[in-house]
Design a protein around this ligand. Structure first.
Ligand code: FE2
Ligand code: FE2
Length: 264
């Protein structure tokens, strides 16, 4: 079985939806896919995409990103209620939302948010960042509280010595995965992730962590963990995204494993 990773499909862009619909119906039937959030914001399109992916892969492991939790113009529910609806839609589509134990690998989702631990948001960011308007939270839920809420919703996990742990989050697990000094990154840094995600990942015993949200593909090592971003991204982001499935792990017939291979 091969394990592929993707995130940030943003299928509200027709080009992106077309790419999903055109994925081979045969090539990945023995494989697993990690889909690390930001499919889109409408429940119907999230469900349609998950159903399509589940038909293509033997296993689809998924968690929502921030775009999934936008509720402002959709209904009166808050973002936590929408999160529960999405988890139900995913489960109803046959998609995995919890830990998945494969032969040689455990796929472990890490629910989280951004808590401003990377930096404090500027006034400009507070005005411009869509989540501040598009998500609705219970009273007293500021960004650190939202992050703690989701992190504490992750079930206890004990690594199995016979299995490699591959974890995945939508949000960036550590600030030093981001370049420094660029104006746009410095503006957005407060809403890109949380250092507490990496603390969680290390307790899981992960060898590899897949993340999205930041639409720049990269593979980086930090303290014995390989961090991989394979965001699909917006149509215009062709210079920072490969717009391909990325095979991040492969189990061979002899039980050996092999990591990191690009496949169309
Ligand atoms: Fe995204
Ligand atoms: Fe995102």
């Amino acid at each position: 079985m091969r394990i592929f990773a993707i995130s940030d499909l943003h299928v509200d862009h027709p080009e992106n939806a077309r790419w999903v619909s055109q994925l081979s119906a045969w090539d990945y039937r023995q494989d697993a896919l990690i889909c690390a959030g930001d499919i889109t914001h409408t429940l119907a399109q999230i469900e349609k995409t998950l159903v399509t992916l589940q038909k293509r892969f033997q296993v689809v492991a998924y968690l929502p990103g921030n775009h999934e939790l936008w509720v402002r113009y959709q209904s009166t529910q808050d973002s936590l209620e929408k999160f529960r609806d999405i988890q139900n839609v995913a489960s109803g589509s046959g998609v995995q939302t919890g830990v998945v134990h494969l032969d040689a690998v455990s796929l472990v989702p890490v629910l989280a948010w951004y808590d401003h631990s990377f930096a404090e948001p500027s006034e400009e960011l507070r005005e411009k960042w869509a989540d501040y308007q598009m998500c609705l939270w219970p009273e007293n839920f500021d960004q650190p509280r939202i992050t703690r809420h989701f992190l504490s919703a992750n079930p206890p996990f004990t690594p199995d010595p016979g299995r490699t742990v591959i974890s995945f989050s939508h949000f960036v697990p550590r600030s030093d995965l981001l370049p420094s000094g660029r104006k746009t990154i410095e503006l957005l840094r407060p809403v890109l992730g949380a250092e507490a995600i990496d603390d969680h990942v290390r307790k899981l015993g992960s060898s590899m962590h897949i993340y999205g949200h930041y639409h720049v593909n990269q593979r980086t090592e930090r303290g014995g963990i390989t961090y991989i971003n394979n965001a699909f991204g917006y149509p215009r982001e062709t210079h920072i995204t490969a717009k391909k499935l990325l095979c991040v792990f492969e189990e061979t017939q002899h039980g050996d494993t092999q990591a990191q291979r690009n496949i169309e």
